[in-house]
Ligand binder design. Sequence first.
Ligand SMILES: [Zn+2]
Length: 335
Amino acid sequence: MRRSKMKLASLLLPLFLVSSALVVVTPGYSFLPELTIPAGGGTPAANHWSMSSFQVQWNINPSIGSNVTGTTSVTTIISNSFSTWINAPNTSANVTAGATSSITQEKSPHPTINLICFVCSDVSFGGTETLGITLSTSVNGAGLPDGHGGTTQFAGQIIHADIAFNPAVTFDTGGGTGQDLRTVATHEIGHFLGLDHSAIAHAVMFPQAASVLTTLSFDDVAGISSLYPKTPADVGTGSISGTVTMTTGAPVFGAHVFANSTTGVDPFGAFPTIRPSPIGALSDTAGNFTISGVPADSYLVIAEPLDGPVVDSDIGWAAAFNQPSVQTNFTTRWH
Ligand SMILES: [Zn+2]
């Protein structure tokens, strides 16, 4: 089923607005950062917040419609969902709950409020297939206004993000009916923190929603810890790099490459909520890939075309490299 992710043209240069949506498809299923091309060109930069520029906060409007059912408050659901990411192994992300907000229009100016909204009527969801949307703003260089009285530190720095939940979808906070809210919130918060969709089955950042999926996979952990690394790490990791080529030697752009444990060892065993999964990446225009955040283990590395169930329009990889499309004219290979 189609997902409506858009890399919209910049709102106001040099700000880039990324809108990422989670759609409901059951069931469905490489962690990838959202990317910003630096002002001078070159390698796309991974979007993430600066944890030293200003306190990164989320501001919930606790107002809900009758579409939200269940006994747990939405504030508790959102807080718990942020904790899932903040407490991930190898991760240091200081994101806190800010003051509540009464804003009901996402498009109203609120540069220092990162709005979590259940009643924003001005967000276009295009029906009930889209459960939630994260709208984030990043910059394409250092030295630009950061919206908090300071200046930005790097290309790809996120300076603002809102999450809107679709008021036309029935959500369940626990004991109610409808789509599990925490599942959607955990996914959207991954976008809030800078992660794009993953093509790894069972990752939280897979673009199609599971009925209930509230814990992180190895792929999600590799993603969040690469954006916000903790020193020293809880679990030592390395990276797997290589090049995907055709038999002619021509590089393959946008191959989905993933590392799958061959042993069943659980390197994150001290973190019982972390689920085993392959860890993925996509190849760049030279065919090069690096899978980072990989714990010590023995792996099978597989390259496959990004031709479904997750496709390039779910991720925007080609656009991030100014390419018309990713390459899918090859067969799955493993090493
Ligand atoms: Zn999404």
